[in-house]
Design a protein around this ligand. Structure first.
Ligand code: GLN
Length: 217
């Protein structure tokens, strides 16, 4: 039996506590991440909602930006919610020219995409591959995915209204991003999905190591 995965939450700004609690409910050992040595100790990472420009600036200032980029490039499972989706995106629209991202997710994300009139709203969404029916999604000054690369799986789109058809949840390998905030509802299915991704990643790594040990010297 594999150990429980250690899942970090980037804790520079944003709704860190809610994610820590949601991850613990799924059996993960959830820890805040503020420094490169803390990042190095996790099996997966959540980039929370908040203000993406602030989080990116703080990450650069605290020396976390490059380690975050390296970790994503090395295959660390990462889940980005709202501002976290923006941080994972390779390309941004409606962002300050100097806004940097961690990147890794082959998408173009439009910040504050739903417009000022609808700063916040809730909707029921069907999420591909998520059993149990529609999910209540909370959007707060949310981005959407304007364009997704060929390796990106679209998990959910808005249905109806002016944003009909817009992409609001995606997966690319072990990277997951949602425009909305599942940590703010009692529905833990998105966190369960991510913890499962982290567990599988951990099991794969353990398998590789066990395999290596069996090779005679
Ligand atoms: N509008 C915010 C940003 O661009 C994201 C909002 C959120 O995370 N709730 O960073």
């Amino acid at each position: 039996m594999l150990r429980d995965p250690v899942v970090g939450v980037l804790a520079l700004q944003g709704d860190v506590r809610e994610h820590l609690a949601a991850l613990r409910e799924q059996g993960a050992r959830a820890v805040p991440v503020r420094r490169p040595d803390e990042l190095a100790a996790v099996d997966g990472l959540v980039l929370p909602g908040g203000e993406s420009t602030t989080i990116a600036k703080l990450a650069a200032r605290t020396g976390l930006l490059d380690p975050l980029r390296d970790a994503v490039a090395a295959g660390l499972p990462v889940y980005g919610s709202c501002a976290g989706m923006i941080l994972l995106a390779d390309r941004l629209l409606d962002a300050p020219a100097d806004q940097v991202t961690v990147g890794g997710l082959d998408v173009t994300v439009r910040r504050n995409a739903f417009g000022r009139q609808v700063d916040s709203f809730e909707a029921d969404l069907g999420l591909d591959g998520l059993p149990g029916g529609p999910l209540r999604a909370v959007f707060i000054r949310a981005p959407w995915v304007e364009q997704a690369g060929p390796g990106v799986q679209v998990l959910a789109r808005v249905v109806g209204g002016p944003a009909d058809g817009r992409i609001v949840a995606v997966r690319q390998g072990d990277l997951v991003a949602t425009s909305f905030h599942p940590e703010l509802t009692g529905d833990r299915r998105v966190h369960a999905l991510f913890v499962q991704i982290v567990r599988s990643h951990l099991a794969e790594r353990a398998g590789v190591h066990a395999g290596n040990e069996e090779v005679p010297a």
